[in-house]
Ligand binder design. Structure first.
Ligand code: CIS
Length: 283
């Protein structure tokens, strides 16, 4: 049966596109596990809550102060990057991604991260008390870290945000968002045939959609025997905060009868979905 999800990270993702020396935009979003709870569009001064529980257990005043810190950061970030371009002779256009967040670990501890990528590749991250360049960063990565590390105030603020604020804020939204994180939505499943893999062969397709949370177990079976040729796709998102999965089996036309697709999911309890293949699916 599907492994339960233990990981409950809070993750912030930022995409900053710098087209030339005058045009740029920065968009941010943040997720609690797989639920998007915040968006911060370029044209908005303020961080937008997408969930009723987004503010967690922070008071209006605490949130206002935190947002102010982020507003200062966003403005300074743009200015800093413009200065780095001149200093490091980097060419436009380029894209910078920032990801940051934290997660609770067993034993009342937590883990935090802050990473920066340039053109989709890691360039630097914040480790402990300072900025460190990534192993295969371009030569100017080291230079950028040296400059960033001279700003003692920012290093202290980053440590405070990562190791104090983030875990505290996360604890709050785990509390206020509890019922949504614990929601159970049952999958639907249906069978069809895919493009024939070759003469006399059939591709049996079992689609499972609309389930939440993400962990699921789907396989092709003959009686109680799991079919080892089962191919799992990726679990991909639907637009309504549920998940979708496609699982296939390549068989000879004669082998198809008697096969079934079996679905286990936490929302179903012990009532697995079992769908039997029959000729009507082959058309
Ligand atoms: C061309 C290629 C270059 C590539 C190089 C890549 C560079 C990467 C840049 C890394 C980010 C650097 C951020 C630095 C910002 C500082 O400029 C800024 C202002 O600093 C101050 C100095 O300390 O500026 C002053 C002048 O204006 C002075 O220079 C001052 O120096 S002094 O005192 O010596 O005079 N510093 C800050 O703003 C501090 C805070 C930095 C915070 C970084 C945190 C990033 C994470 C932001 C998350 C936003 C999330 C909002 C969305 C949803 C909220 C819910 C999710 C919460 C998740 C929490 C995650 C922590």
């Amino acid at each position: 049966s599907p492994a339960p999800q233990r990981h409950l990270p809070l993750r912030y993702l930022q995409i900053s596109s710098f087209a030339n020396s005058s045009w740029m935009r920065t968009d941010g979003l943040a997720w609690l596990r797989d639920l998007q709870a915040y968006t911060w569009r370029n044209d908005s001064d303020t961080i937008c809550f997408l969930k009723p529980w987004s503010q967690g257990t922070f008071s209006d005043q605490q949130w206002k102060q935190l947002q102010q810190t982020f507003q200062v950061y966003r403005r300074s970030f743009t200015r800093d990057i413009r200065e780095f371009v001149k200093m490091l002779h980097v060419d436009y256009p380029f894209e910078i991604q920032v990801s940051a967040g934290c997660e609770e670990l067993p034993g009342n501890t937590s883990e935090s991260f802050l990473r920066v990528a340039f053109q989709g590749r890691d360039v630097l991250s914040f480790q402990g008390t300072s900025w460190v360049s990534a192993p295969d960063a371009p030569p100017w990565g080291q230079m950028a870290c040296t400059v960033l590390n001279q700003d003692q105030g920012t290093r202290e603020t980053v440590q405070w945000l990562l190791h104090d604020i983030c875990p505290r804020f996360l604890r709050g939204i785990l509390e206020t968002g509890k019922s949504e994180l614990e929601k159970q939505v049952k999958p639907e499943a249906w069978l069809s045939s895919g493009p024939s893999p070759g003469p006399g062969r059939l591709l049996l397709v079992c689609r499972v959609s609309g389930f939440y949370p993400k962990p699921v177990w789907v396989t092709w079976m003959r009686g109680e025997r799991e079919q080892s040729g089962t191919q799992q796709g990726d679990i991909v998102p639907n637009a309504d905060e549920t998940w979708y999965l496609r699982v296939t089996l390549d068989v000879t036309a004669g082998e198809a009868t008697g096969l079934s697709c079996r679905v286990k999911h936490s929302s179903l309890g012990d009532q697995d979905i079992i769908l039997y293949w029959d000729r009507s699916h082959a058309s």
